[in-house]
Design a protein around this ligand. Structure first.
Ligand code: CAA
Length: 262
């Protein structure tokens, strides 16, 4: 399928591969308009439904992952326009519902909706050129796609307040120290690092990958006791899979496991 605002390709050489999505509005620094968000949701759903895909990666350009929601498109909207249509954020629930792991590969600016999109991914690997921020306050608005909620969970209330209230940007080193990104690598190594991480995940058992994601999200979104109980049930259920037999037999017999379940 061809898209106007994104590029999609399948990468990797294992049995299961990686669905790579590149945001592609370079002149607008990948500003997230409605069309782009629609296409992103559709592409992610298609990869999620494809048994040949184990992981999804979202990336942008060297200069910008995404510089936020499209300000030019939003400028003339009224309250009722945005309220009635749930403008810009209406497509974002699709991304949240993706069940396979999603990695954000961030170089350059990840601002406003761009930072929020990166935070909706399961983890962020950043180039040393990455810059994160929620500068909406400069526009007379506030973050509208989860920024005020996900940032404090990811990096503490103090740092979240600092970014949201002052509009300052955080560089990659600070973002790693704060816990927003899982790794920082030289810009030239970003895609190799991210695709290797994705392939690593692709080679594991599908059910355990999916359940691991679900369990970590429980920790992020709910109370501890409920999360522990949920994890325990998921853990038990994996003993019903062939891949659990394969993984443990491979360990005991000192061979590489060949996971089969998608
Ligand atoms: N929307 C629309 N167009 C954008 C854009 C955005 N968010 N960000 C950049 N652009 C466009 C610029 O208008 C410019 O277009 P022209 O060449 O036609 O003038 C082009 O991209 C290049 O941008 P700059 O010339 O500004 O590049 P720079 O290197 O000098 O600055 C920047 C880069 C610091 C990222 C700056 O572009 C900027 O501040 N962008 C806006 C960031 C922002 O405020 N994001 C929040 C948006 S609101 C939001 O996201 C709400 C939400 O929570 C959902």
């Amino acid at each position: 399928m061809s898209y106007e605002f994104i590029l999609t390709e399948v990468r990797g050489d294992g049995e299961r591969k990686t669905g790579l999505i590149t945001l592609n509005r370079p002149k607008q620094l990948n500003a997230l308009n409605d069309g782009l968000m629609n296409e992103l949701g559709a592409a992610m759903k298609a990869f999620d439904a494809d048994d040949g895909i184990g992981c999804i990666v979202i990336t942008g350009s060297e200069k910008a992952f995404a510089a936020g929601a499209d300000i030019a498109a939003m400028a003339s909207w009224t309250y009722m326009d945005v309220y009635k249509t749930d403008y810009i954020t209406r497509n974002w629930e699709t991304i949240r519902a993706i069940r396979k792991p999603v990695i954000a590969a961030v170089a350059g600016f990840a601002l406003g909706g761009g930072c929020e999109l990166a935070m909706m991914c399961d983890f962020i690997i950043a180039a040393d050129t990455a810059k994160f921020g929620q500068p909406e306050i400069k526009l007379g608005i506030i973050p509208g796609a989860g920024g005020t909620q996900r940032l404090p969970r990811a990096i503490s209330k103090a740092k979240a307040m600092d970014l949201v209230l002052t509009s300052r940007m955080m560089d990659a080193a600070e973002a790693e120290r704060a816990g927003l990104v899982s790794r920082v690598v030289p810009a030239a190594e970003l895609m190799d690092t991210v695709l290797a991480a994705a392939q690593n995940i692709n080679d594991f058992s599908g059910p355990s990958v999916m359940m691991a994601k679900e369990c970590v999200n429980r920790a992020y979104e709910g109370p501890l006791a409920e999360g522990i109980q949920f994890e325990r049930r998921m853990f038990h259920s994996l003993f019903a899979t062939e891949d659990q037999k394969e993984g443990m037999d491979a360990f005991v017999n000192k061979r590489k496991p060949a996971f089969k379940q998608r």
